[in-house]
Design a protein around this ligand. Structure first.
Ligand SMILES: Cc1cc2nc3c(=O)[nH]c(=O)nc-3n(C[C@H](O)[C@H](O)[C@H](O)COP(=O)(O)OP(=O)(O)OC[C@H]3O[C@@H](n4cnc5c(N)ncnc54)[C@H](O)[C@@H]3O)c2cc1C
Ligand code: SF4
Length: 481
């Protein structure tokens, strides 16, 4: 009889001294024995709170039940009924704020390690070549266009193709996967995991046109009016990095997290780098970022953690995270924060850089910072930081990476008539269907929500695919009748 513990079954993690100089995946996941032990910790609740905590309602209780019964293929298929990206979501979802945060056993004991179990099932299915589904037996005459190949676009395209539609993805970069491909580094999400999804997509018959910037190379109007696409899904993300707006921000040695991560992920792919530079989609800059001895990353989200751990791996001797609020308002995964701490990253809470100082060659050499304290909650519901008078101090740095959020990329909407957006450029949709104000055009993911999560983008893509299916069926019926 196995012993059921109050703590999550431990898993293997690369040693911090070893991993801080390479890009191998840090978290090695569960073995079969570890997964079985962890699955036994689940109570198989009649009313599973974990499922309500998941933005797309993955049937967590059921798939864990299949692990206990030793039927891993059934566990995989049960997850796929709701989520197309378990190998990715198992790795990158903020489970502590979603399913695991809602798990009934958390509090007195640690929640069930749902993310790691999901990842285990997906990796097992990959190793055992379990098919995600059958390619459609018939092809319908309707054509659908998907703009952007992030998780929203990938899943929308996949679902439509499996329903039999002729689907083409138009992607501005020469890589498929959006932030999964050019943003999240290998040490958190190895590229072969993303490639696997892309292979599934191509097997399902989706055509992918990379290097095609919608709004520039071709417009949405042309797709809909001239090229015969009866439905268009917009999943172009929110890839424009926000600027701090502080004096000296244009000094050499100051980069955005996007620039750094895109260079790293797309390293060696000259055509891709040129495409990015041309389209300004991911903005990796003209030259590879120069990582100095003392690096400061500004921000506290996933991009900040990815950037600071990347800087260490690229040779920084000291890596600092500077954030104007406290650890309680930090938006990154708790686990990523712990990994960064283990690797020696130093965190400076309640600290705001207000000016960058450079040398006579124009390279950044220091930041003037202010100490902050927390005041009243702002529109995000988080207590807003207020400067402490007379608290200025200088922090010496030779590289700065800003990771203070992203805004909508509206290039795809250029010359497209009738698609309403809000004042931040986010596309307005019907929450139930993803339909925009223009008939036949749907949208989802970060271009609608602003910077959000992979699983929300995936859920939006799936919801829109179902709505597009209904839309095209209704149209076909009206034509026939
Ligand atoms: C560094 C980083 C780390 C992150 N870590 C996590 C994490 O751990 N967990 C998590 O849940 N979320 C994470 N996120 C957020 C998550 O990646 C996004 O919410 C998600 O990728 C949004 O998906 P999307 O499909 O809407 O857009 P994206 O993934 O941004 O993809 C949009 C695609 O559209 C393309 N595109 C843009 N404009 C055009 C155009 N005009 N024509 C053609 N193509 C175009 C882009 O090139 C891109 O490929 C992270 C984000 C970043 C930046
Ligand atoms: S809430 Fe926790 S214990 Fe209950 S079914 Fe979900 S994972 Fe299992």
């Amino acid at each position: 009889m196995p012993i059921i513990t109050t703590r999550k079954t431990p898993w293997t993690v690369l040693d911090p001294d070893e991993r801080r100089r390479n890009f191998q995946e840090v978290d090695r996941g569960y073995t079969l024995a570890q997964a079985e032990a962890e699955a036994l910790r689940c109570l198989r609740c009649q009313d599973p709170a974990c499922q309500r905590g998941c933005p797309v309602g993955v049937p967590i209780r059921d798939f864990i039940g299949f692990i206990v019964e030793g039927d891993l293929a059934a566990a995989y298929r049960r997850i796929l009924e709701v989520s197309r990206l378990p190998a990715i979501c198992g790795r990158v979802c903020p489970q502590e704020r979603q399913c695991e945060g809602a798990c009934v056993i958390s509090g007195k004991q640690e929640p069930v390690s749902i993310g790691r179990l999901e990842r285990f099932v997906a990796d097992w299915a990959r190793e055992h070549a379990i098919q995600a589904g059958e390619p459609p037996s018939t092809r319908l005459s309707h054509k659908a266009a998907v703009v952007g190949s992030g998780p929203a676009g990938l899943v929308c395209a996949y679902d439509l193709a499996t329903l039999g539609y002729q689907v083409t993805i138009f992607e501005g970069l020469n890589a498929i996967g959006g932030i999964l491909a050019y943003g999240i580094p290998d040490f958190r999400l190895p590229k072969d995991v993303v490639r696997e999804i892309v292979d599934d997509l191509q097997e399902a018959g989706v055509e992918v046109k990379t290097g095609t910037v919608v709004g520039k190379t071709v417009t949405i109007d042309q797709l809909a009016n001239d090229l015969g696409y009866e439905a268009v899904f917009i999943g172009v993300g929110a890839g424009v990095p926000n600027a701090l707006g502080a004096p000296g921000e244009d000094l050499k040695g100051i980069y955005t997290a996007n620039e750094l991560l895109a260079w790293l992920n797309l390293k060696g792919d000259t055509a891709l780098k040129e495409a990015i530079a041309r389209t300004n989609l991911a903005q990796p800059g003209e030259e590879p970022p120069r990582i100095g001895r003392r690096v400061a990353v500004i921000g506290s989200g996933d991009a900040a953690m990815d950037a600071v751990q990347t800087a260490l791996r690229l040779g920084a001797e000291e890596a600092h995270v500077v954030y104007r609020r406290t650890i309680n308002e930090m938006t990154a995964h708790l686990e990523a924060y712990h990994h960064a701490l283990e690797e020696g990253v130093q965190f400076h809470w309640l600290t705001l850089p207000v000016r960058f100082l450079g040398d006579d060659q124009g390279w950044v050499r220091a930041m003037e910072c202010l100490r902050m304290e927390l005041g009243e909650p702002d529109e995000s519901g988080r207590r807003s930081p207020v400067p402490v008078e007379g608290s200025e101090f200088i922090m010496e740095v030779d590289t700065v990476i800003t990771a203070i959020g992203f805004s909508a990329n509206t290039l795809a909407l250029a010359q497209a008539v009738g698609i309403e957006t809000d004042r931040r450029g986010r596309v307005l949709i019907d929450a139930e269907t993803g339909a925009t104000s223009r008939q036949g055009v749907f949208a989802g993911g970060d271009i609608v929500r602003g910077p959000a999560t992979v699983i929300q983008a995936m859920g939006d893509g799936r919801q829109a695919a179902a709505a597009i299916h209904r839309y095209l069926q209704t149209k076909a019926a009206a034509r026939a009748g």
